[in-house]
Write a protein that binds this ligand. Structure first.
Ligand code: C2O
Ligand code: CU
Ligand code: CU
Length: 442
């Protein structure tokens, strides 16, 4: 199939790898004025899109060409803990100049991504973020399958990276970028075949921003959320996609001559779609009633009736910050169940937030008692969002749930993957100033 042509460096120096990836300093052209000193996978931005097949092993050799240690985490993939890419919890940090072989079999098809899990403010902020696509066992009926990685760069008008984290923002919504890009381009125009079904995968790889996605005057359906297909696709009205989150949209490309744009709220268009000639122009009406749905992933169904319930409270801790710590440049603004964990290191691993029994079902009651929203992400498992006290939920599967301010939600899952799994907010500023922890499955 055509996506194998994306495979990189499948050369004789590295037999047996599907990909060889580096992380290294590089220059990228984000604005016309001057290049930006960034860090990139294979020295590129956007990073190479990695392609895997559901149920088939993939081997990736990773070489750290940064001047600091790193790891790679495969966000959303339900793979063994040894491959989860979290320093200290799942593997030792990969020192500069060293390499590590990541090898796993993705059980689920969908839109996932990869990023380091060390010094995330800077490593993700400078560009180490990439899409990881797992293809369904069966080909899907789309004429076009487009992946868009959204990142709002923290650069000034000369392309220089600005401060990636500012404490007064870290204590609020997180430090915002100012240059929105799609695959490294500002407000690009994507060509789509008029009248044909298109799959558009949007991935929020930003450190901070929650996008409020909608497409004015057009019909698109949500096919999957965070790599998990919906049982029934539903029309896109407005969808909030927090950092780390993804959405797969399906739509029939506009007829020739009309253009559509995907907007972030009322703020600005992220990208636009321009139709190119297709022979199917006439069939738009007929096809719209038959939205393709994606095959469900083999995620175990939790036994909600008998599940054990565990509460997690996400709280602001700003007022409790000791000044001495602040002087050392350490800030603690957030906590989970009254505990902040900032600065992960070999000698700073707290007890787990909870210890779960392998094979048992759990309901997590998540209470956000802050004035800000938090995309709460669990590693190694996909869960079902059952309900919220703020909005009507049709239960769906995901790896990240966006909690609005003062919102409580319930999620359920089977703890079927043994290991120590990160459980954290994906606003990087929040995570780095306390809003992270982990759960143990034994
Ligand atoms: Cu995108 Cu801890 O993850
Ligand atoms: Cu993750
Ligand atoms: Cu948060």
């Amino acid at each position: 199939m055509s996506h194998f042509s994306f495979r990189l460096w499948a050369d004789d120096t590295s037999p047996g790898y599907d990909y060889v990836l580096t992380a290294e300093p590089t220059e990228v052209d984000l604005i016309a004025e001057a290049p930006t000193a960034a860090w990139g996978f294979n020295g590129q931005f956007p990073a190479p899109v990695l392609h895997a097949q559901q149920g088939q092993p993939i081997r990736i050799k990773f070489i750290n060409k940064l001047n600091e240690p790193t790891t790679i985490h495969w966000h959303g993939l339900r793979i063994p803990i040894a491959m989860d890419g979290v320093p200290f919890l799942s593997q030792p940090p990969i020192p500069p100049g060293d390499s590590f072989i990541y090898e796993f079999t993705p059980p689920d098809a969908g839109t996932f991504w990869y990023h380091p899990h060390m010094n995330s403010t800077e490593q993700l902020g400078r560009g180490l973020v990439g899409a990881f696509i797992v293809h369904e066992r069966q080909a899907q009926p789309f004429a076009e399958d487009i992946t868009c990685l959204l990142k709002n760069w923290h650069i000034d008008k000369k392309g220089q990276i600005k401060r990636l984290s500012i404490p007064r923002y870290a204590a609020r919504m997180g430090t915002p970028g100012r240059w929105p890009t799609i695959n490294g381009l500002h407000q690009p125009v994507l060509k789509v075949p008029a009248g044909e079904w298109v799959r558009l995968r949007l991935l929020n790889a930003d450190n901070t921003l929650t996008y409020r996605l909608h497409i004015p005057n057009a019909q698109a359906h949500i096919l999957a959320i965070d790599g998990c297909p919906l049982t029934t696709p539903r029309p896109l009205t407005e969808h909030a996609m927090g950092p780390g989150m993804r959405i797969d949209l399906g739509f029939i490309a506009p007829s020739k001559g009309s253009t559509w744009a995907v907007w972030h709220g009322e703020h600005y268009p992220l990208l636009s779609l321009e139709s190119i000639v297709s022979t199917k122009d006439q069939q738009i009406q007929a096809d719209q009633s038959n939205v393709p749905s994606l095959p469900m992933n083999p995620i175990p169904q939790p036994d909600v009736e008998n599940a054990e319930k565990i509460s997690f409270v996400f709280e602001w801790a700003g007022a409790l910050t000791p000044t001495a710590q602040q002087k050392k440049g350490k800030h603690t603004f957030w906590m989970i169940n009254k505990r902040a964990w900032e600065g992960m290191s070999a000698d700073n691993i707290p007890a787990p937030l909870a210890t779960l029994k392998r094979g048992k079902s759990y309901i997590f009651i998540l209470k956000n008692i802050t004035q800000y929203h938090h995309p709460i992400h669990l590693h190694g498992h996909s869960f079902t969002v059952l309900k919220s006290d703020k909005r009507k939920i049709i239960p769906y599967q995901t790896d990240t749930v966006l909690l609005g301010k003062n919102e409580s939600a319930q999620i359920a899952f089977v703890a079927d993957n043994p290991g120590r799994w990160m459980f954290h907010c994906h606003v990087i500023d929040h995570m780095k100033t306390g809003l992270m922890g982990y759960i143990t499955v034994t």
